[in-house]
Write a protein that binds this ligand. Structure first.
Ligand code: ATP
Ligand code: ZN
Length: 286
């Protein structure tokens, strides 16, 4: 069918769970089936291809898949030409340079003429060239963190999220080469019908993302504080006020940004708000 979008997602790994969760939150249902490499959604014109993450950019740039969910780190390393349509906010990590704890590191020049092990030679080469550093890059496909301890390289360039893997291998992070997260990529040319499906999917993704950034908040307030509290809340339009059965009190409902919430909670209490409830929002549409 002309309007069915083909989405490439990682078969199994750090991107898979969140990728499929996002699709489900968009109201798209499907049954993956054990070991299946392809499946179709039941209620949306979407077909899934389950692939290794390294292959996703190429599938999308060649047009075999129309869109894909992949880490920016992998997209940049492959150098494939696709459009980044949307940042997805999950699988956040950084590609960093790290050295042994006993390596005396002052600045990037400390890596001059050293050997560096990595699975990201293209990104690393570009970074070092920009910094005028000559280094010997050893390409290895996994377990990069053990390279310094076995004498394979003096430094590594690898993905880090919490830093605990570096720590347990006696390494320290010295430079961030790239910050990465999962992104939605698309083939540059798509027919109008597929483009329409993509717009619908994007609209749903944005609604899910907005909902995650915001919370529904409700509280009991004395009527004389309604104005004051309404001003504290950075609301969408204006809060909803409903009378309580007790004389002189109301229930006030609004939406707040998750990030703002902790900053205003004390102000709300000082202004007389009681019984404050904060509830997750499933979808948010403007
Ligand atoms: P595949 O078998 O599909 O090739 P992989 O082993 O190369 O999988 P994963 O380890 O599953 O890849 O990681 C996939 C992506 O998840 C990474 O490219 C990166 O964008 C992201 N990621 C987030 N945090 C981390 C982390 N701490 N370490 C590695 N990757 C991370
Ligand atoms: Zn991979």
């Amino acid at each position: 069918m002309e309007n069915v979008l083909r989405l490439a997602v990682q078969k199994s790994g750090r991107l898979s769970e969140d990728s499929l969760k996002l699709i489900k939150e968009c109201g798209v249902s499907f049954s993956q089936g054990v070991g299946k490499l392809k499946c179709e959604a039941f209620n949306f014109p979407l077909e899934f291809l389950f692939l290794r993450d390294d292959d996703i950019p190429q599938y999308v740039s060649s047009g075999i898949a129309d869109i894909g969910f992949v880490g920016e780190n992998v997209l940049l390393e492959t150098g494939e030409k696709t459009n980044i349509i949307q940042k997805l906010g999950f699988s956040k990590c950084r590609l960093s340079l790290a050295v042994s704890n006993d390596f005396v590191y002052e600045n990037i020049n400390s890596l001059q003429n050293k050997s560096i092990a990595t699975s990201y030679p293209n990104i690393l080469r570009k970074y070092l060239t920009e910094k005028n550093i000559q280094a010997d890059i050893h390409v290895i496909s996994g377990s990069v963190e053990i390279a310094p301890s076995i004498g394979l390289a003096e430094a590594i360039c690898d993905l880090v999220s919490s830093g605990s893997t570096l720590l347990s291998n006696g390494l320290k992070e010295v430079e961030v080469v790239l910050k990465s997260e999962a992104v939605l990529i698309a083939h540059p040319k798509m027919n109008d019908l597929k483009q329409k499906t993509l717009s619908e999917l994007l609209f749903r993704i944005e609604s899910v993302q907005k909902a995650k950034d915001n919370k529904y908040i409700l509280m009991n307030v004395p009527n004389y504080s309604i104005d004051k509290i309404s001003k504290i809340l950075p609301v969408m339009k204006s809060p909803t006020i409903m009378p309580l059965a007790i004389e002189g009190w109301s229930s006030l409902h609004s939406v707040v940004k998750e990030d703002d919430f902790w900053g205003i909670i004390n102000e709300l209490k000082l202004a007389g708000a009681e019984g404050i409830l904060v509830i997750p929002i499933e979808k948010m549409i403007f």
